[in-house]
Write a protein that binds this ligand. Sequence first.
Ligand SMILES: [Zn+2]
Length: 74
Amino acid sequence: MQCGTCGHAKVLPTKTTVQEWREGKLYVVRDVPVERCPNCGEEYFAPSVMDALEALLEHPTKAEPVTALALQYA
Ligand SMILES: [Zn+2]
């Protein structure tokens, strides 16, 4: 697949961490399959991955808390 942002010839399959805010909570999903452009870093999720992510965020299973620090600028 060609990158739609910079036109690079090939995006490469890899894994990424998705972070999503829902109702005041931050959800972190590790090891999400994605295709990333090695030139500009744009990431492309397959529709099936988007659906699976949505289902996981709607009904989180095996969630573990992570440490986060919220700071106020000025
Ligand atoms: Zn690109």
